[in-house]
Design a protein around this ligand. Structure first.
Ligand SMILES: [Mg+2]
Length: 371
């Protein structure tokens, strides 16, 4: 359904750094300028390309490609290990620039974010001028380029930012949404993966114009519950809000017991359940949120409180058991409340190369502009 006509269209900017890690490395090592660079894992340890610059892409190197294959395609490739601290620092500075225009900033990864600037006062309210300023500030304050897309919703803003990479700025005005979307291939629609796209193509549904010719009923029969979203997106409609939650600082669960836990053994039994809950909660962490430390919190029956914590990148149940033992020994009395938690930082653990998402760093597969 179209949004109420009396509501003014939203102004969403999607801002995406161009080959982020590789760009930071080129910035810091001028001797690499103009040469093909890939940042990622070691070729002899089945590492993959996390990020590569345009000079490398000219040789067919791509994000998520095995590094060994990248080197075969481009023997002169300079391979660098990721320096996550540098990327995190740059990411924070870039986010601070975004937040100087609007509080409504939703980071998707270290190098990508949505901004809702509908009510922003800067640049006389012009999203295009704001995007131009943002690009200039990231260039001068951080030393890399970003591509931005401006549109009335998230779905189109993200497509627009990939339209003219690198260093692009693409605006989809509300009045041109319809024409723009009509030619889009279905695989560009949010939520449509390879399997769904193949199913749609097999039924002659190749572009958004084809989707529009099908009723919602037909679409549901084809792709299930995704059908309704497809029908909306194919008409350029996407009401998802920009979610501006700040990065979490910690994550924890706790329980106050009706009957005090009298000994370490009964504390351990309860601890297991708490750690399980914590692990479930941690599944909601974003790709840019990393566990730095873990802790166990204890309140004794005399209401005295103690917290034991240590550095850890994982929610290892054994570590929590050790912390519990230490904490319980401090009070040496019945326990009234137990809590377990983790402190979170804005980072991507360097050891998790496999988690690097190729789609966040590339302009691969951007469709040709409509004619
Ligand atoms: Mg990027």
């Amino acid at each position: 359904m179209p949004s109420e006509p009396f509501l003014k269209p939203r102004k969403i900017i999607h801002s995406d750094c161009d080959c982020f890690y590789a760009a930071i490395e080129a910035r810091d090592q001028p001797r690499l300028l103009g040469r093909p660079i890939a940042v990622g894992g070691r070729p002899d340890q089945r590492g993959v390309v996390a990020s590569c610059n345009y000079e490398a892409r000219a040789f067919g190197v791509r994000s998520a490609m095995p590094m060994a294959q990248a080197l075969r395609r481009c023997p002169e490739l300079t391979v660098l290990r990721p320096a996550m601290e540098k990327y995190v620092t740059a990411s924070k500075r870039i986010l601070a620039i975004y937040r100087s225009y609007t509080e409504q900033v939703e980071p998707l990864s270290l190098d990508e974010a949505f901004l809702d600037v509908t009510d922003a006062r800067h640049c006389r309210g012009s999203a295009t001028l704001m995007a131009r300023e943002i690009k200039e500030r990231v260039r001068s304050e951080v030393g890399i380029t970003v591509s931005t897309g401006i549109a009335p919703n998230k779905f189109l803003a993200k497509i627009a930012s990939a339209w003219q990479k690198p260093d692009g700025l693409t605006v989809i005005e509300p009045a041109s949404v319809d024409a723009f979307v009509a030619h889009l291939p279905v695989e560009k629609l949010f939520g449509v993966g390879a399997v769904t796209a193949a199913k749609l193509r097999a039924h002659g549904v190749l572009t958004c114009s084809d989707v529009r010719l099908r009723s919602r009923l037909e679409l549901r029969a084809l792709v299930g519950s995704l059908g309704d979203r497809l029908a909306d997106l194919a008409r350029g409609l996407d009401e998802r809000p920009v979610l501006s939650s700040r990065p979490r600082k910690s994550l924890s669960v706790e329980e106050t017991y009706v009957h005090d836990l009298g000994d370490l053994g009964s504390c351990r039994i309860e601890l297991g359940a708490l750690v399980e809950r914590l692990i479930r909660a941690a599944q909601k962490l974003g790709p840019h949120e990393a566990i730095e430390r873990i802790f166990v919190k204890i309140r004794f029956d005399d209401f005295k409180k103690t917290t034991v914590e240590r550095a850890s990148k994982t929610l290892d149940p054994e570590l929590f058991v050790a912390l519990l033992g230490e904490g319980v020994a401090r009070g040496a009395r019945p326990v009234r409340l137990l809590g377990v938690g983790a402190r979170i930082s804005l980072a991507t653990p360097a050891g998790q190369l496999a988690l690097f998402d190729a789609t966040t760093d590339g302009d691969v597969g951007a469709p040709a502009p409509p004619t």
